[in-house]
Design a protein around this ligand. Structure first.
Ligand SMILES: NC(=O)c1ccc[n+]([C@@H]2O[C@H](COP(=O)([O-])OP(=O)(O)OC[C@H]3O[C@@H](n4cnc5c(N)ncnc54)[C@H](OP(=O)(O)O)[C@@H]3O)[C@@H](O)[C@H]2O)c1
Length: 336
């Protein structure tokens, strides 16, 4: 059993917006050169302190890009917190051992060029493969060694998160998809997180750009492939249109953008510590604090999307033969 230790709290951005760096990966979308990525990271760092970035061991090339960018900017390194993930390959789940976990985590530390990883968010593709609590314990050992500061999870439902907490794993954050379109975490996970002191970090607030009117039609990306399926789940283009109109109307009342309103909706939920918004090729930014929502604003927004995505957090995605599961790549971690 691991003991909760006194650690500084997880650093979160004052704006409530963590910059998502999946977008910088060659596997996500075209249009990001290394120079463009560095310029976007410089602009983000100039905008707030601490700058908080989200990436993953499986976002091809991204930990290295961030590490190289940080190495050239020692003066701001203390003002940047990088959250990464530990996403073992599907093919490795039955045989995973302490050495696998250590190797991947040390590789992240090496790529990022930091003394300790600020936050490692644990993912597990198939919960019927039973070694996930063991793998989390091996991560906790690396935390005890000082290689990891904080442990989080991503795409765990309430029951699985509860299992880890009850096993004594000191999970401080839970990264899940949450937006006006996808309200699965509101079926009990956010409340549970608040009760257990776990900070919710929400991705997908803009649905890859579908909940934004800045910059015209969204540019093609893997995010859009993912979120178009979410739109189908909740009723298709008509529902999306109604949600967009309601967000635009709310934004107009606050002199803000539709994207600001979409992020404000997410930040307004109990237990949510930050929204993770992907870096934009067009240099677009969001500011959720421009929009203050009343309870009637929330009700009006939610009435435009009466249905919600089926099941618990990440449940439809866990069906590897279904439409959501078929678009995922499951073995991006080793060997690299
Ligand atoms: N844990 C997981 O399973 C998981 C899954 C997905 C994502 N994530 C994390 O969440 C992050 C966000 O990714 P996402 O897929 O959810 O995408 P998203 O944040 O919903 O969409 C971001 C995209 O929306 C567009 N956009 C339109 N208006 C914008 C505005 N005003 N400000 C900023 N962007 C605007 C930009 O694309 P343009 O380039 O077209 O401008 C931007 O790249 C990822 O980078 C990753 O860190 C985690």
């Amino acid at each position: 059993m691991f003991r909760w230790t006194d650690r500084p709290p997880l650093r979160l951005p004052p704006s409530g917006v963590i910059r998502g760096c999946w977008q910088l990966s060659e596997g996500h979308s075209d249009g990001w050169s290394r120079e463009r990525a560095f310029a976007a990271l410089d602009a983000a760092a100039a905008a707030e302190s601490p700058l908080v970035l989200d990436c993953a061991d499986i976002y091809t090339g991204v930990e290295r890009i961030i590490g190289d960018w940080l190495a050239g900017r020692p003066d701001i390194a203390d003002d940047v917190a990088v959250h990464t993930k530990f996403v073992p390959d599907l093919d490795a789940l039955s045989t995973i051992d302490r050495e696998y976990v250590r190797r991947v985590v040390l590789r992240s530390r090496d790529r990022l060029g930091v003394d300790a990883l600020e936050l490692v968010q644990f993912a597990w593709w198939d919960l019927s493969q039973p070694k996930w609590v063991r793998a989390a314990e091996w991560l906790a050992e690396l935390q005890q060694e000082g290689i990891i500061r904080h442990l989080g999870v991503t795409n765990f439902d309430r029951a699985a998160l509860g299992t880890l907490l009850d096993a004594g794993i000191p999970v401080v954050s839970s990264q899940v998809q949450l937006s006006l379109l996808d309200r699965r975490p509101l079926k009990g996970l956010t409340e549970f997180c608040r009760e257990r002191g776990v900070t919710v970090l929400a991705y997908g607030a803009l649905a890859g750009g579908l909940l934004s009117n800045a910059g015209g039609t969204p540019l093609e990306s893997r995010s859009l492939t993912k979120y178009r399926l979410i739109v189908e789940e909740v009723g298709g283009r008509e529902v999306l249109g109604r949600a967009r109109r309601a967000l635009a109307e709310l934004a107009a009342r606050h002199g803000a953008t539709m994207a600001d309103a979409a992020v404000a909706y997410v930040l307004n939920q109990q237990g949510v510590g930050a929204a993770i918004v992907g870096m934009s090729r067009r240099g677009l930014m969001v500011n959720g604090s421009r929009v203050r929502l009343s309870s009637s604003d929330v009700a009006r927004l939610e009435a435009t999307v009466p249905g919600t995505v089926r099941g618990e957090v990440f449940e439809v995605e866990r069906d590897r033969q279904g439409p959501h599961g078929r678009i995922m790549r499951y073995n991006l971690n080793l060997p690299h």
